[in-house]
Design a protein. Structure first.
Length: 170
């Protein structure tokens, strides 16, 4: 006879996130330093005339290719696109069957220095999750501000626990 276990009417689900914190970009592993340097280059070409908050992203693919992206604003605010999605969508368009290995994100503000790492917005987290789930391989995410500490996670699940995925649609 099968054993039936009861789920109480209320219980607590604990979600734990581990973030590697490096004191500076110079403390990162060399591969991560290179990718972050590419993201910082991408910041310079961001189109952010409204927010004055420029973001750059660099995606490293499994085949070694690095794809850059930056935020692209629009006077009709919802029509713009974040750096992370520009880079990851471009990677998917150019190399549809190549897994994303890692993504680095950096930023600069014309208004004031950004001294904390910038993290992907919710829409970007969901987009990164789609690519991670699609390949079945974790995506390393490196996040920095203009200077100072750098955050690193080894999978989008660290930034987006309980993520929405296609299995729910089937």
């Amino acid at each position: 006879m099968a054993k039936v276990s009861r789920i109480p009417d209320k219980h607590t689900l604990m979600v734990r996130t581990e973030i590697e914190v490096y004191a500076s970009a110079e403390k990162l592993p060399k591969n991560d330093q290179l990718l972050l340097a590419k993201a910082k280059l991408a910041v310079k070409n961001a189109y952010a005339p409204y927010s004055h908050f420029q973001v750059g992203a660099a995606v490293r693919l499994q085949n070694g290719k690095i794809i850059l992206g930056n935020n692209q604003e629009n006077a009709a605010y919802p029509s713009g696109l974040c750096a992370e999605r520009v880079a990851i969508f471009q990677a998917g368009a150019l190399y549809p069957n190549v897994a994303v290995k890692s993504i680095a994100i950096s930023c600069k503000s014309i208004i004031k220095p950004v001294l904390e790492p910038v993290t992907p917005c919710g829409a970007c987290r969901q987009s990164i999750a789609e690519y991670e789930l699609r390949s079945g391989k974790p995506i390393r995410i490196i996040m920095s501000g203009e200077k100072g500490a750098v955050y690193v996670v080894n999978s989008i699940s660290s930034l987006l626990p309980l993520l929405f995925n296609a299995s729910i649609l089937k």
